[in-house]
Write a protein that binds this ligand. Structure first.
Ligand SMILES: Cc1cc2nc3c(=O)[nH]c(=O)nc-3n(C[C@H](O)[C@H](O)[C@H](O)COP(=O)(O)OP(=O)(O)OC[C@H]3O[C@@H](n4cnc5c(N)ncnc54)[C@H](O)[C@@H]3O)c2cc1C
Length: 409
């Protein structure tokens, strides 16, 4: 699979922030994290903070996997509406899923306060809306349920929304809390810098090619035939992590993103909030600290007649067409912004689980392994939760969230 492609904003606007050695001799640790994307970095942060002797290994450049194509919107709402999620998993668990993401935004804010680089993090308001008259009832129902469950939401009808936004809205839910945004690439390096201070060892450009579960430990072999002996392995290999399982645990799409040049004024965009519509696939927008607009969406499902989408083979025209469609959408969102000019176009494989929730925890087929497969549009917030849940599991406490995020659910 070609995980990412194009001119990715985060790695184009930042230099390579740090480089790490490859493994030159056999070594040992208590926990080996495979995967140096944002999820592996968050886990490394929490594990080393707890004093656990940890190694993080990546086969590539740290932070250059899916993380480099992430829009990095951090929101309490998951991929499914609360009304839909309650049908799938029950009201109590659905509300728990939303509340855990809201808590993760606060936890991430706390982490940022301890990092030297603030990673362009900012708290945001967010707006979820429909432009279809036929979906107004759905948005009303969703609003009522969120309000009953204590989320800080405001209902905007067509007229109220037109006072705030320059694009057509029939109904929407405006949330005053529970959302934020970040530069994911800087976040990875800021976390790792902190974790190194607490003893983390990082191995870059080193692939784990073999894994042998022995008596009470796991032996990992690298592509240069060095060995890491570890009590536990933590899998944070992103969408490649699905390969550990025969059963399909994630549906893959390719998602497309544009980022503009910095613009002068955000006319027609109330409070520069995070925006998402209720289409399938949905479109989402955010800004950046240097006044760019990021718009994402136009996802194409991978598989069947779209199997070329996985490798990006012979489909340049399709890819270009998705960027054009996104660009047109952007203009229709903000007709009053005169200086909209696209500077970066990129795309990445994206995955959704059947309920929008991640897979975090142990799996019966893999003793001595922790899995941290944070799929879905809330991947980073799931990573924040996973870092804490897996750290506690390692230290002997089984948190209740393990039930919500378990395999075979
Ligand atoms: C287009 C797009 C938009 C997104 N938008 C959002 C968003 O708005 N908000 C949000 O929260 N999340 C979003 N996400 C998801 C979020 O970014 C993901 O959770 C994240 O990208 C996955 O991170 P990861 O660290 O698990 O994977 P990756 O970043 O892919 O890191 C996995 C690493 O594992 C390494 N690896 C794999 N196999 C091996 C091996 N055998 N040996 C050594 N190393 C190995 C790879 O080299 C890679 O660097 C988005 C993702 C995409 C692609």
């Amino acid at each position: 699979m070609k995980l990412v492609s194009g001119n990715r904003l985060w790695i184009q606007t930042n230099p390579i922030l740090s480089q790490y050695p490859y493994l030159t001799e056999n070594t040992e640790c208590e926990v080996a994290i495979i995967g140096g994307g944002v999820i592996g970095a968050i886990c490394a942060y929490y594990f080393t903070e707890a004093g656990i002797n940890t190694i993080l290994v990546d086969k590539n450049i740290i932070g250059y996997g899916s993380t480099s194509a992430s829009t990095s919107i951090l929101q309490y709402e998951v991929d499914y509406d609360l009304t839909e999620l309650q049908v799938k998993i029950g009201l109590e668990q659905a509300v728990q899923g939303f509340k855990l993401c809201s808590q993760a935004v606060s936890d991430l804010e706390k982490i940022i306060s301890q990092l030297e680089d603030k990673c362009d993090f900012s708290l945001r308001e967010c707006f979820y809306y429909t432009a279809n008259k036929s979906d107004v009832r759905q948005i009303e129902r969703e609003y009522k349920l969120r309000q009953e469950q204590g989320f800080p939401v405001e209902y905007l009808d067509h007229q109220a929304a037109q006072g705030r936004f320059s694009f057509p809205v029939e109904a929407g839910i405006y949330s005053s809390q529970g959302a934020a945004q970040i530069d994911p690439y800087r976040f990875v390096h800021a976390l790792l810098t902190k974790a190194i201070d607490k003893g983390l060892r990082i191995i870059e450009n080193t692939e784990i090619i073999e894994q042998k579960n022995k008596n009470g430990y796991v032996e990992l072999e690298t592509n240069n035939h060095k060995k890491i002996q570890t009590k536990k392995v933590l899998i944070a290999t992103g969408y490649e992590g699905r390969e550990y399982f025969k059963k399909r645990i994630v549906n893959l799409t390719r998602s497309f993103t544009l980022a503009t040049k910095p613009i002068k004024a955000f006319a027609g965009w109330y409070h520069r909030c995070i925006i998402r519509d209720n289409e399938s696939p949905y479109t989402y927008l955010r800004d950046t600290g240097d006044n760019r607009i990021i718009i994402g969406g136009q996802d194409i499902r991978i598989g069947g007649k779209n199997s070329g989408m996985a490798q990006l083979k012979d489909i340049e025209e399709v890819v270009e067409q998705q960027y054009v469609l996104l660009g047109n959408k952007l203009k229709s969102y903000f007709p009053e912004i005169g200086d909209l000019e696209v500077e970066y176009k990129f795309n990445g494989i994206f995955g959704e689980t059947k309920d929008g929730l991640p897979y975090i925890g142990e799996h019966e087929g893999y003793p001595n392994y922790y899995f941290c497969l944070c799929y879905g549009s809330n991947g980073i917030l799931y990573g924040i939760q996973a870092g804490q849940i897996l750290r506690d599991l390692h230290l002997g406490t089984k948190r209740t969230e393990l039930e919500l995020y378990r395999f075979n659910r």
